[in-house]
Write a protein that binds this ligand. Structure first.
Ligand SMILES: [Zn+2]
Length: 203
């Protein structure tokens, strides 16, 4: 096989899910495609995440593979909801303009930090930011932005930005002029989006 194919396939190998034994889960950072009798699945592993998500329906013919089920586990304890509240307060000040922040997790210390992102261009309908550099042990877990006075929903721009292969939790906060803001959260994993329930602590 061409060495370029060897390299490409090592980034995203396809695994036949066994029928008579347990699937050995991916346990190092990477991605795999799982061929199962109940469809095609994407498996994603990161220091902070293990996820299995369906990406295509079952084959039209019987295939000699086992089944898998959806899975979503986080490698950190609780999401830092106080930092999300802090972001909401900062976003209120900047409203009606949008703004954005990362919530970063340090895998060595277990500590979280909120980083407001430097803006290249900003207004009531958009925000373009400079991506901060992270230290070796740091992982951007939450990618937050505000929608100023509009509702919290993922726009086509958000879908484009979130669909380019990054693995993160994206969050959007809206209606920042109201006492109760709106919010939407989703896991983004290699272009697959999974909605996450998230109760915003209202303050
Ligand atoms: Zn948006």
């Amino acid at each position: 096989m061409d060495s370029r194919d060897v390299a490409l396939q090592s980034v995203m190998p396809t695994v036949m899910v066994p029928r008579f034994s347990e699937l050995e889960e991916l346990d190092t950072s990477g991605n795999r495609i799982l061929m199962a009798s109940n469809g095609v699945w994407l498996e994603v592993c990161r220091t902070w995440l293990y996820a299995r998500m369906p990406i295509a329906p079952p084959a039209l013919i019987p295939v000699p593979y086992g089944e898998v089920s959806a899975e979503l586990r986080f490698g950190f304890g609780k999401l830092p909801t106080a930092m999300v509240s802090q972001f909401i307060e900062l976003a209120r000040i900047r409203s009606p303009n949008e703004c954005a922040a990362w919530i970063v997790w340090n895998q060595r210390t277990g500590k979280w930090s909120l980083r407001m992102l430097e803006e290249r261009s900003v207004g009531p309908g958009h925000v373009e930011v400079v991506r901060p550099a992270l230290a070796e042990d740091e992982h951007m877990i939450l990618d937050l932005h505000s929608h100023g006075l509009s509702d919290a929903y993922f726009s086509s721009t958000d879908d484009y930005d979130d669909g380019r292969g990054e693995v993160k939790i994206a969050g959007v906060i809206g209606n920042l002029n109201k006492p109760e803001v709106t919010a939407s959260f989703r896991l983004c994993a290699n272009g697959v989006f999974v909605s996450l329930p998230y109760a915003i602590p209202q303050g």
